[in-house]
Design a protein around this ligand. Structure first.
Ligand SMILES: C[S@@+](CC[C@H](N)C(=O)[O-])C[C@H]1O[C@@H](n2cnc3c(N)ncnc32)[C@H](O)[C@@H]1O
Length: 261
């Protein structure tokens, strides 16, 4: 089992020839059971289907997958408010300025894709090999579509690694202008308040224990600023106070300026 993996039971499912080799090498690499049909004894099931790879949650009876071509991300690309939206202001996007962004909590790569559509070059780091498999699969499909291919080719680079290790190995020239952190939101008492996709991530990953360390590492690494995404009323990630914050309806972006900025 991958070492950042929560204790939830997880298996790989593949019932087709097209993806069998890919599924069996993923199962072997990550020491996960490989089955050829769904099995209710596993809470989470990574399904290598004909069309796409998806993570199925038995309790919620729903799946998550990465889709840059249709659905919410494509809609946001077209109608999302461009550089006027809060995330763009938080990153420091200005006319003629497209900062290089290192997203150290890639997750399902949604925020990263939004920033890439706004012109940023994005490097994504995600510790979970399961989520990286979903992102890579989404990128593969996205590269076959003209609109998303323009964004994904050349601007979107993914690393499956712990971001604290990743940042510690960057030399001066490789450091990004902006580091973006979107930690798992604190667990809410009423699970109905947490969106289903985030409930699945919580089940997959459990509580994150290294958020403070991640912020410290980012503050030592970013050239200009670190942006931390929080729910509007949540406290700051650590006792270090941000220089300023930008608020949108349900989200707050805390901005920390770094010594080199
Ligand atoms: C709330 S999700 C991010 C969602 C993402 N912003 C999106 O738009 O899809 C948080 C992610 O950060 C990842 N993460 C947390 N700590 C990390 C670390 N030290 N290195 C790499 N990934 C990390 C978790 O595995 C999880 O997938």
């Amino acid at each position: 089992m991958p070492n950042n993996q929560h204790k939830t039971s997880l298996c790989i499912i593949c019932d087709n020839d097209t993806r069998h080799e890919q599924a069996s090498s993923f199962a072997a690499d990550h020491q996960l059971p490989l089955l050829n049909k769904q099995d209710d004894t596993f809470e989470l099931q990574l399904i290598f289907g004909d069309e796409r790879i998806e993570l199925y949650d038995r309790q919620l009876n729903t799946s998550i997958y990465v889709d840059f071509v249709s659905g919410a991300l494509a809609h946001r690309q077209q109608f999302g408010g461009g550089r006027g939206q809060a995330i763009a202001k938080a990153i420091g996007l200005k006319q003629g300025k497209n900062p290089e962004v290192l997203d150290v909590t890639a997750g399902l790569a949604r925020d990263a894709y939004i920033l890439a559509t706004l012109g940023c070059h994005i490097t994504l780091v995600e510790q979970s090999p399961i989520l990286c498999a979903l992102i890579e699969d989404g990128m593969k499909r996205g590269l076959e579509n003209e609109q998303s291919a323009q964004i994904l080719s050349g601007q979107f680079e993914l690393h499956n690694q712990n971001a604290i290790d990743y940042m510690s190995k960057l030399d001066e020239q490789q450091r990004a202008d902006v580091i973006y952190i979107d930690p798992m939101y604190p667990e809410r008492k009423k699970s109905a308040l947490v969106k289903k996709d985030m409930q699945i991530l919580q089940r997959l990953l459990g509580k994150n224990k290294n958020d403070g360390e991640l912020l410290d590492a980012a503050l030592n690494c970013a050239r200009e600023r670190v942006v931390v995404k929080r729910p509007s009323h949540a406290p700051c990630l650590t006792e270090t106070k941000p220089a300023t914050s930008i608020n949108s309806k349900k989200t707050r972006y805390d901005i920390y300026l770094t010594k080199s900025s």
